[in-house]
Design a protein around this ligand. Structure first.
Ligand SMILES: [Zn+2]
Length: 104
């Protein structure tokens, strides 16, 4: 099975988060918005990066964790929609906007 977004890469977690051009572009824009420009774009290094980050009650710490969780959740949901034809979610509109925007 190949990636439902790019139709080139494998259908794997490592590719989907965030080696795939589609999901990487979204992740890069979102991480920029929450001041995580230096966060890696590959899953294993990103997990290691997040584990080492301080967890506190600052707004940026909270936003960074929320944005990563939301990004993974909605990309996974959109992948399932495209792969299995489940109900389309509103995120697609947002992802399309984000994908095509010129934030970074
Ligand atoms: Zn892909």
């Amino acid at each position: 099975m190949v990636c439902t977004f790019c139709k080139v890469g494998p259908d794997s977690h490592d590719h989907l988060f965030f080696s795939c051009d589609f999901s990487r572009k979204i992740w890069c824009k979102l991480k920029y918005l929450v001041r995580m420009d230096c966060a890696p774009n590959d899953w294993q290094n990103l997990l290691n990066f997040m584990i080492k980050r301080p967890v506190n009650e600052s707004i940026w710490s909270i936003l960074q964790r929320l944005v990563l969780g939301a990004c993974v959740y909605y990309i996974w949901q959109e992948r399932n929609f495209q792969a299995f034809g489940s109900l389309k979610v509103v995120f697609w509109i947002d992802a399309s906007w984000l994908y095509n925007s010129t934030i970074c």
